[in-house]
Write a protein that binds this ligand. Structure first.
Ligand code: PRP
Ligand code: URA
Length: 209
């Protein structure tokens, strides 16, 4: 699938299966999302450019690689996207964070914005948008529209589960945004839920069902 990386690492797949399981506790679900966030972060940053810098080891000077350019921006879509954030910040502690507050209207499935706060210099930074679920993609498209309006040019999208319908919609709306996901499921049901999926990610993460 063009523009889509399915992260099929056994650790990711094992943890995803644990998360899908209906009997998983809120605490367990949150912990696993955090752990998978770390593993997905490793994949989405795999091709970041590096530059050689001068350092001194205890034995001699050398040129050694460091990540080049401005600090990354992590952009979780609230609420469930926050579940990825700590794991990603553990790996990239200096990243900036843009919070994007959106909820899906249960009738229309349209994304409704209630909060947006981002660094002012998005144009100079790689922005990684994160949300566990890519269902209709209304939320992802609205988040990316908003980030682009604020100047972001280099954007990647990370999720846990994607529906084929959501992938198509996001790729059609923002063809230059590459997607990383742990799995592509079968389809959306009549309520816009991913099947077989894992249910409502935000509710399972925060115990609000
Ligand atoms: C869920 C999920 C995504 C969105 C995906 O959020 O976390 O943000 O739905 O669906 P879409 O691709 O059809 O837009 P929800 O609106 O339930 O809000 P929450 O995270 O606050 O629970
Ligand atoms: N949002 C969720 O949390 N789960 C779905 O399956 C679809 C949208």
């Amino acid at each position: 699938m063009e523009g889509v990386h399915v992260v099929d690492h056994p650790l990711v797949q094992h943890k995803l299966t644990l998360m899908r399981t209906d009997s998983r506790s809120t605490k367990g679900f949150r912990q696993l999302l955090n752990e998978i966030g770390m593993l997905l972060c490793y994949e989405v940053t795999r091709d970041l450019p590096t530059e050689l810098v001068d350092i001194e080891t205890p034995l001699q000077p050398m040129k050694a690689p460091m990540i080049a350019g401005k600090k990354l921006v992590f952009a979780p879509i609230l609420r469930a996207g926050v579940g990825f954030l700590d794991g990603m910040l553990d790996l990239v502690p200096s990243a900036r964070v843009a919070h994007i507050g959106l909820y899906r209207d249960p009738e229309t499935l349209q994304a409704v914005e209630y909060y947006f706060k981002a660094p002012s210099d998005l144009a100079d930074r790689l922005t990684i948008v994160m949300d566990p679920m890519l269902a209709t993609a209304n939320s992802a498209v609205a988040a990316i529209d908003r980030l682009k309006a604020r100047g972001a040019k280099d954007i990647r999208f990370v999720c846990l589960l994607a529906a084929p319908e959501g992938i198509k919609r996001l790729r059609d709306a923002h063809p230059e945004v590459t997607i990383w996901t742990a799995a592509v499921d079968s389809h959306l049901n009549d309520h816009g839920y991913i099947v077989p999926g894992l249910g409502d990610a935000g509710d399972r993460m925060f115990g609000t069902k």
